[in-house]
Design a binder for this molecule. Sequence first.
Ligand SMILES: Nc1ncnc2c1ncn2[C@@H]1O[C@H](COP(=O)(O)OP(=O)(O)OP(=O)(O)O)[C@@H](O)[C@H]1O
Length: 259
Amino acid sequence: MNLTLDDLSVRRGGAALLRELSLRVPDGQVVGLVGPNGSGKSTALRCVYRALRPNAGTVWLDDEELPRMSARHAAQHVAAMTQDADLDLDFTVTEMLALGRTPHLRGGRTPGRAERELCERVMDQVGIRELAHRGVVTLSGGERQRVLLARALVQEPRVLILDEPTNHLDLRHQTELLSLLRRQEVSVLVVLHDLNLAAAACDRLGVLAAGRLVAAGTPEDVLSAELVREVFGVRASVVPHPLNGCPQLLFDLDHPATR
Ligand SMILES: Nc1ncnc2c1ncn2[C@@H]1O[C@H](COP(=O)(O)OP(=O)(O)OP(=O)(O)O)[C@@H](O)[C@H]1O
């Protein structure tokens, strides 16, 4: 399913948070949204998972306008793993995952055997089976993060929206999560801060600065030393990854900034 952000503008309290953002996530591709703090990345995602209504522009799922869909219909197609998620609930991990099936259950039906098997498969994929009976409030930051990903996958979405999904994860879990994303047959829009992980994991990148899309394309097209200097104010060298050739950034901590 193709996801299209179409000319989105968001203004709040007299400030422009997003300015005429257009970005396409083609069916089955992983598109990364990167940019400095406060550049509008989460704002863009919020417009997609309907936590925020843009002042102008819209979002398309193929040729259907997402804001016009019912909440249930939208949730059958789009799942989000976000910074806003509230896990301070007295639920076990298994119960939390079952909630992910809600959009697909008709008339308040409770999850049956097929749903339970799906949840178990996803727990194995994400490596949280041993947490199944733990209360979600007792989990570490990284464990919670993986439970949220599992809940999104249990939803069996066609489009997955992820806001900094790796921020609490250790190195192994970061790489596992991103390689898992690449194996999913869904369209993915993901905000990442780590440009090297973004270059490795994403088919395409969009770069936001002050609410505007300033570059978009393949990681090779986008990640230049000039762009990193201009957008992030950081001096970096770009080298090809020795195994797969994707661009990777090296930083000089003695001379981090250009100004
Ligand atoms: N309701 C609001 N009213 C006013 N300003 C807001 C509102 N919501 C967000 N902002 C501001 O909009 C800007 C963009 O916020 P956003 O969360 O989209 O940035 P971001 O790129 O995701 O940042 P980060 O990398 O720090 O997570 C920030 O300066 C933020 O303070």
